[in-house]
Design a protein around this ligand. Sequence first.
Ligand SMILES: CC(C)(COP(=O)(O)OP(=O)(O)OC[C@H]1O[C@@H](n2cnc3c(N)ncnc32)[C@H](O)[C@@H]1OP(=O)(O)O)[C@@H](O)C(=O)NCCC(=O)NCCS
Length: 378
Amino acid sequence: MGTAVVGKGLEGIVAANSGICWIDGDAGVLAYRGIDIHELAVHSTFEETTFLLWNGHLPNELALREFSSQLALARSLDQRIVDMLRTFPKSATPMEVLRTAVSALSFYDADEKDNSHDANVRKSYNLTAQIAMIVAIYDRLRKGLEIVPPDRSLSHAGNFLWMLNGVKPSETATRTLDIALILHADHELNASTFAARVIAATLSDIHSAITGAIGALKGPLHGGANEGVMRLLYAIDKAGADPVEYVRNMLAAKQKISGFGHRVYKTEDPRATHLRAMSEQLGKDSGHPKWYEMSRAIELYINKDKKLNANVDFYSASTYATLGIDIDLYTPIFAISRTAGWAAHVIEQLDDNRLIRPRAEYIGPVYPSHWIAVSERP
Ligand SMILES: CC(C)(COP(=O)(O)OP(=O)(O)OC[C@H]1O[C@@H](n2cnc3c(N)ncnc32)[C@H](O)[C@@H]1OP(=O)(O)O)[C@@H](O)C(=O)NCCC(=O)NCCS
Protein backbone atom coordinates (compact mmCIF):
# COMPACT_ATOMS: atom_id res chain seq x y z
CA MET A 1 0.00 0.00 0.00
CA GLY A 2 3.03 2.26 0.23
CA THR A 3 2.36 3.32 3.84
CA ALA A 4 5.20 3.28 6.37
CA VAL A 5 5.48 0.22 8.62
CA VAL A 6 5.43 1.24 12.27
CA GLY A 7 6.62 -0.61 15.35
CA LYS A 8 4.15 -3.02 16.94
CA GLY A 9 2.07 -1.26 19.55
CA LEU A 10 2.96 2.12 17.94
CA GLU A 11 6.24 2.07 19.87
CA GLY A 12 8.18 5.28 19.43
CA ILE A 13 5.44 6.93 17.36
CA VAL A 14 4.67 10.57 18.13
CA ALA A 15 0.91 10.86 17.60
CA ALA A 16 0.02 14.34 18.86
CA ASN A 17 1.36 17.74 19.81
CA SER A 18 0.70 18.32 23.48
CA GLY A 19 1.73 20.91 26.04
CA ILE A 20 0.59 18.98 29.09
CA CYS A 21 3.11 16.33 30.07
CA TRP A 22 6.75 15.74 29.21
CA ILE A 23 8.61 12.45 29.70
CA ASP A 24 12.29 11.71 29.12
CA GLY A 25 12.29 7.93 29.33
CA ASP A 26 16.09 7.60 29.25
CA ALA A 27 16.69 10.07 32.04
CA GLY A 28 13.60 9.07 34.06
CA VAL A 29 12.06 12.54 33.95
CA LEU A 30 8.34 13.27 34.18
CA ALA A 31 7.03 16.84 34.24
CA TYR A 32 3.53 18.33 34.18
CA ARG A 33 3.50 21.62 32.27
CA GLY A 34 7.29 21.74 32.65
CA ILE A 35 7.35 21.20 36.43
CA ASP A 36 9.21 18.10 37.59
CA ILE A 37 7.05 15.46 39.26
CA HIS A 38 9.50 15.32 42.18
CA GLU A 39 8.75 18.97 43.00
CA LEU A 40 5.02 18.45 42.66
CA ALA A 41 5.05 15.30 44.81
CA VAL A 42 6.80 17.17 47.62
CA HIS A 43 5.10 20.57 47.44
CA SER A 44 1.80 20.35 45.57
CA THR A 45 -1.68 18.99 46.19
CA PHE A 46 -4.01 17.11 43.85
CA GLU A 47 -6.17 20.25 43.52
CA GLU A 48 -3.21 22.46 42.60
CA THR A 49 -1.83 19.84 40.20
CA THR A 50 -5.22 19.53 38.49
CA PHE A 51 -5.39 23.31 38.08
CA LEU A 52 -1.90 23.17 36.58
CA LEU A 53 -2.87 20.42 34.13
CA TRP A 54 -6.04 22.19 33.02
CA ASN A 55 -4.72 25.75 32.90
CA GLY A 56 -1.06 25.39 32.01
CA HIS A 57 0.28 27.33 35.01
CA LEU A 58 0.22 27.21 38.79
CA PRO A 59 -2.67 29.09 40.44
CA ASN A 60 -2.14 32.05 42.73
CA GLU A 61 -3.63 31.83 46.23
CA LEU A 62 -7.06 33.12 45.29
CA ALA A 63 -7.31 31.01 42.13
CA LEU A 64 -6.33 27.91 44.08
CA ARG A 65 -8.95 28.61 46.74
CA GLU A 66 -11.64 29.14 44.10
CA PHE A 67 -10.61 26.05 42.16
CA SER A 68 -10.62 23.85 45.26
CA SER A 69 -14.01 25.08 46.38
CA GLN A 70 -15.47 24.59 42.90
CA LEU A 71 -14.20 21.03 42.88
CA ALA A 72 -15.69 20.49 46.34
CA LEU A 73 -19.00 22.04 45.24
CA ALA A 74 -19.14 19.58 42.36
CA ARG A 75 -19.42 16.72 44.91
CA SER A 76 -22.98 15.90 44.04
CA LEU A 77 -24.45 12.85 42.39
CA ASP A 78 -27.93 12.56 40.90
CA GLN A 79 -30.03 10.18 42.98
CA ARG A 80 -30.74 8.15 39.84
CA ILE A 81 -27.02 7.33 39.56
CA VAL A 82 -27.03 6.10 43.16
CA ASP A 83 -30.18 4.07 42.47
CA MET A 84 -28.48 2.55 39.44
CA LEU A 85 -25.44 1.60 41.51
CA ARG A 86 -27.75 -0.36 43.81
CA THR A 87 -28.96 -2.49 40.89
CA PHE A 88 -25.56 -3.76 39.76
CA PRO A 89 -24.81 -7.44 40.40
CA LYS A 90 -22.62 -8.32 43.37
CA SER A 91 -20.11 -9.81 40.94
CA ALA A 92 -19.49 -6.43 39.25
CA THR A 93 -15.99 -5.13 39.95
CA PRO A 94 -15.57 -1.46 40.93
CA MET A 95 -13.84 -0.76 37.58
CA GLU A 96 -16.77 -2.22 35.63
CA VAL A 97 -19.17 -0.24 37.77
CA LEU A 98 -17.18 2.94 37.23
CA ARG A 99 -17.07 2.44 33.46
CA THR A 100 -20.84 2.00 33.30
CA ALA A 101 -21.75 4.72 35.78
CA VAL A 102 -19.53 7.36 34.16
CA SER A 103 -21.29 6.76 30.87
CA ALA A 104 -24.64 7.34 32.61
CA LEU A 105 -23.44 10.55 34.29
CA SER A 106 -23.88 12.39 30.99
CA PHE A 107 -27.68 11.96 31.21
CA TYR A 108 -27.76 14.24 34.24
CA ASP A 109 -25.15 16.82 33.23
CA ALA A 110 -26.72 20.09 32.09
CA ASP A 111 -23.86 20.60 29.62
CA GLU A 112 -24.13 17.13 28.09
CA LYS A 113 -24.56 18.34 24.50
CA ASP A 114 -22.23 21.35 24.74
CA ASN A 115 -18.73 20.59 23.45
CA SER A 116 -17.36 24.12 23.95
CA HIS A 117 -14.16 24.71 25.92
CA ASP A 118 -16.02 26.24 28.88
CA ALA A 119 -18.60 23.46 29.01
CA ASN A 120 -15.86 20.83 28.94
CA VAL A 121 -14.10 22.55 31.84
CA ARG A 122 -17.38 22.57 33.79
CA LYS A 123 -17.94 18.91 32.99
CA SER A 124 -14.37 18.15 34.07
CA TYR A 125 -15.05 19.53 37.56
CA ASN A 126 -18.15 17.36 37.76
CA LEU A 127 -16.46 14.23 36.45
CA THR A 128 -13.45 14.61 38.74
CA ALA A 129 -15.66 14.99 41.81
CA GLN A 130 -18.23 12.40 40.78
CA ILE A 131 -15.82 9.62 39.82
CA ALA A 132 -14.33 9.65 43.33
CA MET A 133 -17.85 9.62 44.81
CA ILE A 134 -18.98 6.68 42.67
CA VAL A 135 -16.01 4.56 43.77
CA ALA A 136 -16.62 5.30 47.46
CA ILE A 137 -20.41 4.92 47.29
CA TYR A 138 -20.32 1.66 45.36
CA ASP A 139 -17.86 0.17 47.83
CA ARG A 140 -20.18 1.00 50.73
CA LEU A 141 -23.26 -0.28 48.91
CA ARG A 142 -21.65 -3.62 48.10
CA LYS A 143 -20.68 -3.99 51.75
CA GLY A 144 -24.23 -3.19 52.91
CA LEU A 145 -23.09 0.06 54.57
CA GLU A 146 -24.80 3.44 54.68
CA ILE A 147 -23.67 5.99 52.09
CA VAL A 148 -21.53 8.74 53.65
CA PRO A 149 -22.44 12.21 52.38
CA PRO A 150 -19.54 14.28 50.97
CA ASP A 151 -17.70 16.69 53.24
CA ARG A 152 -16.94 19.81 51.22
CA SER A 153 -14.46 21.07 53.81
CA LEU A 154 -12.09 18.20 52.99
CA SER A 155 -9.61 17.90 50.15
CA HIS A 156 -10.30 15.59 47.22
CA ALA A 157 -8.14 12.87 48.81
CA GLY A 158 -9.57 13.44 52.29
CA ASN A 159 -13.17 13.42 51.11
CA PHE A 160 -12.65 10.18 49.19
CA LEU A 161 -11.28 8.43 52.31
CA TRP A 162 -14.12 9.91 54.38
CA MET A 163 -16.82 8.73 51.97
CA LEU A 164 -15.11 5.33 51.71
CA ASN A 165 -14.58 4.62 55.40
CA GLY A 166 -17.05 6.87 57.22
CA VAL A 167 -14.37 8.10 59.61
CA LYS A 168 -12.32 11.26 59.33
CA PRO A 169 -9.01 10.22 57.73
CA SER A 170 -5.67 10.83 59.45
CA GLU A 171 -3.34 13.46 58.07
CA THR A 172 -0.90 10.74 57.06
CA ALA A 173 -3.51 8.77 55.12
CA THR A 174 -4.82 11.92 53.43
CA ARG A 175 -1.38 13.16 52.42
CA THR A 176 -0.31 9.70 51.24
CA LEU A 177 -3.33 9.43 48.98
CA ASP A 178 -2.92 13.05 47.88
CA ILE A 179 0.64 12.33 46.74
CA ALA A 180 -0.47 9.13 44.98
CA LEU A 181 -3.14 11.18 43.16
CA ILE A 182 -0.52 13.75 42.07
CA LEU A 183 1.77 11.00 40.79
CA HIS A 184 -0.97 9.30 38.75
CA ALA A 185 -2.65 12.45 37.39
CA ASP A 186 -1.16 12.44 33.91
CA HIS A 187 1.27 10.52 31.75
CA GLU A 188 1.30 11.86 28.20
CA LEU A 189 -0.11 9.50 25.57
CA ASN A 190 -0.53 6.39 27.73
CA ALA A 191 -3.11 3.93 26.37
CA SER A 192 -6.15 5.31 28.19
CA THR A 193 -5.35 8.94 27.41
CA PHE A 194 -4.77 8.11 23.76
CA ALA A 195 -8.14 6.32 23.75
CA ALA A 196 -9.77 9.40 25.29
CA ARG A 197 -8.23 11.70 22.66
CA VAL A 198 -9.31 9.44 19.79
CA ILE A 199 -12.90 9.46 21.07
CA ALA A 200 -12.91 13.20 21.72
CA ALA A 201 -11.49 13.90 18.25
CA THR A 202 -14.62 12.46 16.61
CA LEU A 203 -16.50 15.34 18.32
CA SER A 204 -18.23 12.86 20.56
CA ASP A 205 -18.35 14.09 24.16
CA ILE A 206 -16.14 14.10 27.27
CA HIS A 207 -18.24 11.48 29.07
CA SER A 208 -17.74 9.08 26.15
CA ALA A 209 -14.02 9.86 26.08
CA ILE A 210 -13.56 9.19 29.78
CA THR A 211 -15.76 6.09 29.68
CA GLY A 212 -13.50 4.71 26.96
CA ALA A 213 -10.41 5.71 28.91
CA ILE A 214 -11.66 3.83 31.98
CA GLY A 215 -12.14 0.74 29.81
CA ALA A 216 -8.53 1.03 28.64
CA LEU A 217 -7.16 1.69 32.11
CA LYS A 218 -8.80 -1.46 33.47
CA GLY A 219 -6.50 -3.79 31.50
CA PRO A 220 -3.70 -5.59 33.37
CA LEU A 221 -1.05 -4.16 31.05
CA HIS A 222 -2.15 -0.64 32.09
CA GLY A 223 -3.79 0.51 35.35
CA GLY A 224 -5.00 -2.98 36.26
CA ALA A 225 -1.39 -3.87 37.06
CA ASN A 226 -1.55 -2.41 40.60
CA GLU A 227 -4.21 -4.99 41.53
CA GLY A 228 -2.05 -7.67 39.87
CA VAL A 229 0.87 -6.73 42.13
CA MET A 230 -1.18 -7.11 45.29
CA ARG A 231 -2.68 -10.41 44.14
CA LEU A 232 0.87 -11.64 43.63
CA LEU A 233 1.95 -10.52 47.12
CA TYR A 234 -1.11 -12.22 48.65
CA ALA A 235 -0.43 -15.43 46.72
CA ILE A 236 3.19 -15.52 47.88
CA ASP A 237 2.13 -14.84 51.46
CA LYS A 238 -0.60 -17.47 51.38
CA ALA A 239 1.80 -20.07 50.00
CA GLY A 240 4.33 -19.13 52.69
CA ALA A 241 6.83 -18.94 49.82
CA ASP A 242 10.05 -17.04 49.46
CA PRO A 243 9.18 -13.98 47.30
CA VAL A 244 12.33 -14.17 45.19
CA GLU A 245 11.96 -17.91 44.61
CA TYR A 246 8.29 -17.46 43.68
CA VAL A 247 9.01 -14.73 41.18
CA ARG A 248 12.00 -16.60 39.76
CA ASN A 249 9.69 -19.52 38.98
CA MET A 250 7.17 -17.21 37.35
CA LEU A 251 9.83 -15.72 35.13
CA ALA A 252 11.13 -19.16 34.26
CA ALA A 253 7.58 -20.02 33.17
CA LYS A 254 7.68 -16.90 30.94
CA GLN A 255 5.07 -15.10 33.04
CA LYS A 256 5.11 -11.33 33.34
CA ILE A 257 5.36 -9.74 36.75
CA SER A 258 2.83 -6.94 37.26
CA GLY A 259 4.38 -3.62 38.25
CA PHE A 260 7.59 -4.04 36.23
CA GLY A 261 8.66 -2.72 32.86
CA HIS A 262 7.55 0.29 30.93
CA ARG A 263 7.20 1.25 27.29
CA VAL A 264 8.83 4.65 27.79
CA TYR A 265 11.05 4.55 30.90
CA LYS A 266 14.36 2.81 30.42
CA THR A 267 15.40 3.76 33.94
CA GLU A 268 13.56 4.17 37.24
CA ASP A 269 9.99 5.40 36.86
CA PRO A 270 10.17 8.65 38.86
CA ARG A 271 6.74 7.98 40.34
CA ALA A 272 7.96 4.67 41.79
CA THR A 273 10.63 6.56 43.77
CA HIS A 274 7.94 8.31 45.84
CA LEU A 275 5.63 5.34 46.12
CA ARG A 276 8.50 3.16 47.35
CA ALA A 277 9.35 5.71 50.03
CA MET A 278 5.70 6.00 51.11
CA SER A 279 5.27 2.24 51.20
CA GLU A 280 8.36 1.89 53.39
CA GLN A 281 7.35 4.70 55.75
CA LEU A 282 3.77 3.48 56.12
CA GLY A 283 5.04 -0.04 56.76
CA LYS A 284 7.29 1.24 59.56
CA ASP A 285 4.66 3.54 61.08
CA SER A 286 1.96 0.88 61.06
CA GLY A 287 4.24 -1.84 62.41
CA HIS A 288 3.33 -3.95 59.33
CA PRO A 289 6.31 -3.72 57.01
CA LYS A 290 5.60 -7.13 55.43
CA TRP A 291 4.23 -5.91 52.07
CA TYR A 292 7.00 -3.38 51.66
CA GLU A 293 9.71 -5.89 52.54
CA MET A 294 8.35 -8.50 50.13
CA SER A 295 8.06 -5.88 47.41
CA ARG A 296 11.60 -4.65 47.96
CA ALA A 297 13.04 -8.18 47.79
CA ILE A 298 11.18 -8.80 44.51
CA GLU A 299 12.27 -5.46 43.08
CA LEU A 300 15.94 -6.00 43.85
CA TYR A 301 15.84 -9.45 42.28
CA ILE A 302 14.00 -8.44 39.08
CA ASN A 303 16.16 -5.35 38.76
CA LYS A 304 19.31 -7.44 38.85
CA ASP A 305 18.15 -10.51 37.00
CA LYS A 306 15.89 -9.02 34.27
CA LYS A 307 17.12 -5.42 34.24
CA LEU A 308 13.49 -4.34 34.66
CA ASN A 309 12.49 -1.43 36.87
CA ALA A 310 9.45 -1.10 39.09
CA ASN A 311 6.79 1.14 37.56
CA VAL A 312 4.10 3.33 39.16
CA ASP A 313 1.93 0.33 39.93
CA PHE A 314 4.43 -1.72 41.91
CA TYR A 315 4.63 0.22 45.16
CA SER A 316 1.15 1.74 44.91
CA ALA A 317 -0.08 -1.79 45.75
CA SER A 318 1.72 -2.09 49.11
CA THR A 319 1.00 1.58 49.84
CA TYR A 320 -2.77 1.14 49.41
CA ALA A 321 -2.72 -2.21 51.24
CA THR A 322 -1.07 -0.61 54.25
CA LEU A 323 -3.75 2.12 54.15
CA GLY A 324 -6.32 -0.69 54.47
CA ILE A 325 -7.82 -0.17 51.00
CA ASP A 326 -9.44 -3.15 49.26
CA ILE A 327 -7.47 -4.57 46.36
CA ASP A 328 -10.11 -4.03 43.67
CA LEU A 329 -10.21 -0.31 44.50
CA TYR A 330 -6.58 0.25 43.45
CA THR A 331 -7.32 0.72 39.75
CA PRO A 332 -10.39 2.87 40.46
CA ILE A 333 -8.12 5.09 42.59
CA PHE A 334 -5.82 5.36 39.57
CA ALA A 335 -8.90 6.45 37.57
CA ILE A 336 -9.88 8.99 40.24
CA SER A 337 -6.52 10.64 39.73
CA ARG A 338 -6.10 10.16 35.98
CA THR A 339 -9.45 11.86 35.33
CA ALA A 340 -7.53 15.11 35.77
CA GLY A 341 -5.17 14.15 32.95
CA TRP A 342 -7.86 12.68 30.70
CA ALA A 343 -9.88 15.89 31.03
CA ALA A 344 -6.81 18.06 30.28
CA HIS A 345 -6.13 16.02 27.12
CA VAL A 346 -9.74 16.05 25.92
CA ILE A 347 -9.87 19.82 26.35
CA GLU A 348 -6.52 20.26 24.58
CA GLN A 349 -7.63 17.98 21.74
CA LEU A 350 -10.89 19.86 21.22
CA ASP A 351 -9.22 23.27 21.41
CA ASP A 352 -7.39 22.41 18.17
CA ASN A 353 -9.17 19.37 16.83
CA ARG A 354 -8.64 17.14 13.86
CA LEU A 355 -10.09 13.64 13.53
CA ILE A 356 -7.53 11.01 14.55
CA ARG A 357 -7.59 8.43 11.79
CA PRO A 358 -4.34 6.59 11.09
CA ARG A 359 -3.77 3.94 8.44
CA ALA A 360 -2.91 0.24 8.73
CA GLU A 361 -0.25 -1.61 6.77
CA TYR A 362 -2.35 -4.17 4.88
CA ILE A 363 -1.13 -7.76 5.40
CA GLY A 364 -4.30 -9.63 4.31
CA PRO A 365 -5.06 -11.76 1.21
CA VAL A 366 -3.77 -10.39 -2.06
CA TYR A 367 -5.95 -7.86 -3.91
CA PRO A 368 -7.86 -8.62 -6.06
CA SER A 369 -9.16 -11.89 -4.63
CA HIS A 370 -12.53 -12.80 -6.15
CA TRP A 371 -15.90 -13.78 -4.73
CA ILE A 372 -16.85 -17.35 -5.69
CA ALA A 373 -20.17 -19.13 -5.41
CA VAL A 374 -20.64 -21.09 -2.18
CA SER A 375 -21.03 -24.36 -4.19
CA GLU A 376 -17.58 -23.85 -5.70
CA ARG A 377 -15.74 -23.09 -2.48
CA PRO A 378 -13.42 -25.77 -1.11
C1 LIG B 1 4.31 -2.13 30.69
C2 LIG B 1 4.45 -3.14 29.57
C3 LIG B 1 3.03 -3.48 29.06
C4 LIG B 1 5.25 -2.51 28.44
O1 LIG B 1 5.15 -3.35 27.38
P1 LIG B 1 6.07 -3.26 26.07
O2 LIG B 1 6.71 -1.96 25.93
O3 LIG B 1 5.18 -3.72 24.96
O4 LIG B 1 7.21 -4.30 26.36
P2 LIG B 1 7.12 -5.85 26.14
O5 LIG B 1 5.93 -6.44 26.79
O6 LIG B 1 7.29 -6.13 24.66
O7 LIG B 1 8.42 -6.31 26.92
C5 LIG B 1 9.75 -6.26 26.41
C6 LIG B 1 10.53 -7.44 27.00
O8 LIG B 1 10.61 -7.31 28.42
C7 LIG B 1 9.92 -8.37 29.06
N1 LIG B 1 9.08 -7.79 30.11
C8 LIG B 1 8.50 -6.57 30.11
N2 LIG B 1 7.80 -6.40 31.22
C9 LIG B 1 7.94 -7.52 31.94
C10 LIG B 1 7.44 -7.92 33.17
N3 LIG B 1 6.64 -7.13 33.87
N4 LIG B 1 7.77 -9.13 33.63
C11 LIG B 1 8.57 -9.94 32.91
N5 LIG B 1 9.08 -9.63 31.73
C12 LIG B 1 8.76 -8.41 31.24
C13 LIG B 1 9.03 -8.99 28.00
O9 LIG B 1 8.73 -10.33 28.26
C14 LIG B 1 9.86 -8.79 26.77
O10 LIG B 1 10.88 -9.76 26.76
P3 LIG B 1 11.32 -10.48 25.39
O11 LIG B 1 11.84 -9.35 24.54
O12 LIG B 1 12.33 -11.45 25.83
O13 LIG B 1 10.08 -11.07 24.83
C15 LIG B 1 5.16 -4.42 30.06
O14 LIG B 1 6.40 -4.06 30.65
C16 LIG B 1 4.31 -5.21 31.02
O15 LIG B 1 3.49 -6.03 30.59
N6 LIG B 1 4.45 -4.98 32.37
C17 LIG B 1 3.61 -5.63 33.33
C18 LIG B 1 2.28 -4.90 33.43
C19 LIG B 1 2.44 -3.55 34.09
O16 LIG B 1 3.07 -3.41 35.13
N7 LIG B 1 1.77 -2.55 33.50
C20 LIG B 1 1.75 -1.20 34.04
C21 LIG B 1 2.59 -0.26 33.23
S1 LIG B 1 2.71 1.31 33.99
